[in-house]
Design a protein around this ligand. Structure first.
Ligand code: GTP
Length: 294
């Protein structure tokens, strides 16, 4: 549609780093253990995903085998690196060829910064599950500093990721957050809804991917990873329901301390309203969500 806003997303990294796995889990409902069956991507695989209605992501998943890399930097250079909104570079923490990966990374950075484009760069330090939990922080921060020092001053964010836990959702939520237009306006609207419900927190998820688009917190909570855990859990629930005849519409979870209600808000979003207990009735939250819908 003419109103659609197209953004080109380049997905790069060495062969076997996990690019196609991530893309398939987030956008195509693949489950983590099914990714072992994916074959190597030949040249570039294009996919288009519509996100939040008007945002269209053109994802270029660039197969990482040596033969293809040469061509990306030579013959195909102009078409690959032109008009890039976001570069997602996947570093495989299992890789033995660390320096080679960095050299290829630098070539990408050079190619996208050439025409003074203001592309954003997201680096995913991937397969963190293979690193023992107590070493993850150190390993990640060492990699992060090296990445930043090799990014030629470009706006670069790094995230530790694994397809086996919620870190994948954290990273991809940050990526789409950088792409969605009007996030500030959305945030304001969420504040209004949170106030009306006297909610502890209101979180907006994109419906198909369950990535977090925006959130408002009125009472702080100690679990920093609660949103992406929620994304992961609800996505699993949704996939489980798809296999049966049941259709997931809304969910309520409650105990003596809080209630969380998840309901569709717009055609492309689901809102989660978390209220304290004792607190406002569920019906009030549902009504406020309905009023907020337009
Ligand atoms: P090319 O298409 O050749 O460029 O590779 P790719 O980067 O697309 O890799 P792909 O997604 O095909 O994944 C390669 C292997 O890595 C698969 O067997 C995945 O199951 C595995 N893998 C992907 N993500 C993770 C992860 O977070 N942890 C672990 N341990 N393995 C992963």
């Amino acid at each position: 549609s003419p109103a659609a806003m197209r953004k080109k997303v380049l997905l790069m990294g060495r062969s076997g780093a996990g690019k196609t796995s991530m893309r398939s889990i987030i956008f195509a409902n693949l489950i983590a253990r099914e990714t072992s069956r994916l074959s190597a991507t030949l040249d570039v695989e294009y996919s288009t995903v519509r996100f939040m209605g008007d945002l269209v992501l053109n994802i270029w998943d660039c197969g990482g085998q040596e033969v293809f890399l040469e061509s990306y930097f030579e013959a195909e250079r102009d078409s690959i690196f032109r008009d890039v909104a976001i570069l997602i570079y996947v570093f495989d923490i299992k890789s033995a060829e660390v320096e080679k990966e960095f050299i290829n990374y630098e070539r990408c950075i050079k190619a996208i910064s050439r025409d003074g484009q203001d592309a954003r760069v997201f680096c995913l330090v991937h397969k963190m599950d293979v690193v023992p939990p107590e070493r993850r922080k150190v390993v990640f921060h060492a990699k992060e500093s090296e990445i930043i020092s090799r990014s030629r001053g470009l706006d670069t964010r790094c995230y530790p990721t694994s397809i086996w836990d919620e870190t994948l959702y954290k990273a991809w939520s940050s990526i789409v957050y950088a792409l969605v237009p009007n996030v500030e306006a959305l945030g304001l609207a969420l504040s209004g809804l949170a106030d009306a419900c006297d909610a502890d927190e209101v979180v907006l998820f994109e419906k198909a991917t369950f990535l977090v688009v925006s959130s408002r917190t009125r009472r702080s909570h100690r679990d920093k990873h609660r949103f992406e855990k929620m994304s992961n859990i609800v996505k699993q629930l949704k996939l489980a329901c798809m296999g049966s005849a049941s259709h997931l519409d809304s969910v309520q979870i409650a105990n003596s301390r809080f209630r969380a209600i998840l309901v569709p808000l717009t055609a492309t979003t689901i809102v989660m309203i978390v209220t304290p207990r004792p607190g406002p009735a569920a019906g009030l939250c549902l009504l406020n969500a309905a009023v907020a819908r337009p």
